[in-house]
Ligand binder design. Structure first.
Ligand code: FAD
Ligand code: DHB
Length: 394
């Protein structure tokens, strides 16, 4: 077993883990990152696509905004739709804040490039990650490296940025952790298509057949989603069936509007759940991003929430490790959880408003809510404030 001493051991090289190593390095704090997958696999995963204002501000202030500013597409708002109605909600005029279309794949590539040029130590393709001595002064992470050799990183602090399936959250003893969870009775079938988007901004559509959404990744790549039953097999949906359903749900009563189909590059089914584990700190272990909380994708909060956690955690660890000031570290869990619960509510609310449940009473309430949101400035402002994102530290 080879031992390596560092200040912060980070488990997971997704957006939360790499951004944390970047922000810590800028303040002179050393970290080592470990990741089970390969660098290429992590960078190619098709996931989130919308960055809120505070995420963009943070990436820019951390020196990660150059390509985002050049290639990202700033959107003023979204369209909300139900049969025969389509309304634009303009976040900029309601709140002065906007959102950007810039895929998680691109954020990840920018982070990898920045960390590589800084010489960041990252161990990819590791296995058997285990956390030790989390309540002592020298916690550690052991693993088997890509060459099959056992390794151990001894640190002042361990951070679990290992997403929804990693071991960190279960390293908090059951007696001191609480969890809240909700599963939804539907999933999303998502496609990435090599075709110019048929809309200038995202469309969220309520339809009696099920929810549909038209998003995008660039001026030539579209991302679209359909509500499907849980346990849907992706092979049951041919490309033709997908485009027909999208055209029906997105085009309902939209005279003069047409969905342009194109080659499907990727196709997958995403289950939907809400999950929160508290506290987000146990001794010298801190949790950030999907390791601590999962939201259903409606409303595009998952990646933004991971970034917001890290934006709080980095200065907290700098205080703890460089200035012997534990105040922000002690407040981290409570401060982060205020935003986590706000986003958990917003994602639940967007999800339950837009997915017809088959219950006729609930469906009338959903439509009433959509009408109110698109006709009342107060209603629209509440949505805009949450969607475009509250300031870090909210
Ligand atoms: P992750 O990106 O999950 O990164 C965690 C990393 O830890 C991974 O690279 C993982 O390989 C690594 N890891 C796991 N176990 C270990 C271990 N034992 N040892 C070392 N490393 C480990 N959000 C949206 O807004 N829109 C979407 O359409 C959308 N789609 C999604 C689709 C899927 C399938 C998933 C899982 C999430 C999706 N999200 C979406 C949410 C968004 O992508 C996440 O919120 C975001 O990736 C969180 O970043 P993270 O760094 O916390 O976790
Ligand atoms: C995307 C996903 C979302 O869940 C959402 O609300 C908006 C956009 C996307 O993948 O582009």
């Amino acid at each position: 077993m080879t031992d390596r001493r560092t200040q912060v051991a980070i488990i997971g090289a997704g957006p939360a883990g790499l951004l944390l190593s970047h922000l810590l390095a800028a303040e002179g704090v050393e970290s080592v990152v470990v990741e089970t997958r390969s660098e290429e696999y992590v960078a190619a995963r098709i996931r989130a696509g919308i960055l809120e204002q505070s995420t963009v501000d943070l990436l820019r202030s951390a020196g990660l905004g150059e390509r985002l500013t050049r290639e990202g597409d700033q959107h003023r708002g979204i369209y909300l739709q139900w049969p025969s109605e389509r309304h634009h909600v303009d976040f900029v005029s309601l709140t002065g804040r906007s959102v950007w279309v810039y895929g998680q794949t691109e954020v990840q590539k920018d982070l990898v490039a920045a960390r590589r040029s800084a010489g960041q130590e990252i161990h990819y393709e590791i296995s058997e990650t285990a956390l030790h001595d989390l309540t002592g002064d020298l916690p550690s992470v052991s693993f088997i490296d890509s060459a099959g050799a056992p390794q151990r990183i001894v640190a002042d602090v361990v951070v679990g940025c290992d997403g929804s399936f990693g071991p960190s959250r279960n390293a908090v003893p059951a007696a001191v952790r609480s969890t809240w969870e909700k599963a939804y009775p539907y999933s999303w079938l998502g496609i990435l298509a090599d075709v110019a988007p048929s809309t200038d901004e995202l469309i969220y559509a309520w339809h009696p057949d099920g929810f549909a959404m038209h998003s995008m990744r660039s001026s030539t790549v579209s991302r679209l989603y359909l509500q499907v039953p849980n346990d849907t097999a992706v092979d049951d949906w041919s490309d033709d069936r997908i485009w027909e359903s999208l055209a029906t749900r997105l085009g309902h009563g939209q005279a003069g509007w047409q969905l342009t189909p194109g080659p499907v590059i990727e196709k997958s089914v995403l289950p939907m759940r809400s999950f929160v584990q508290t506290p987000m700190r146990h001794g010298r272990l801190f949790l950030a991003g999907d390791a601590a909380h999962i939201v259903p994708p409606t409303g595009a909060k998952g990646l933004n929430l991971a970034v917001a956690d890290v934006a709080l955690l980095a200065p907290a660890l700098v205080g703890l490790l460089r200035k012997h000031d534990a105040r922000l570290a002690d407040e981290y869990s409570d401060t982060a959880l205020r935003r986590v619960w706000r986003c958990t509510h917003f994602s639940w609310w967007m999800t339950t408003m837009l997915h017809p449940s088959g219950d006729p009473f609930e469906e009338q309430l959903q439509l009433s809510q959509l009408r109110w949101l698109t006709s009342s400035e107060a209603g629209a402002t509440g949505m805009a404030e949450n969607y475009a994102g509250l300031p870090i530290g909210f």
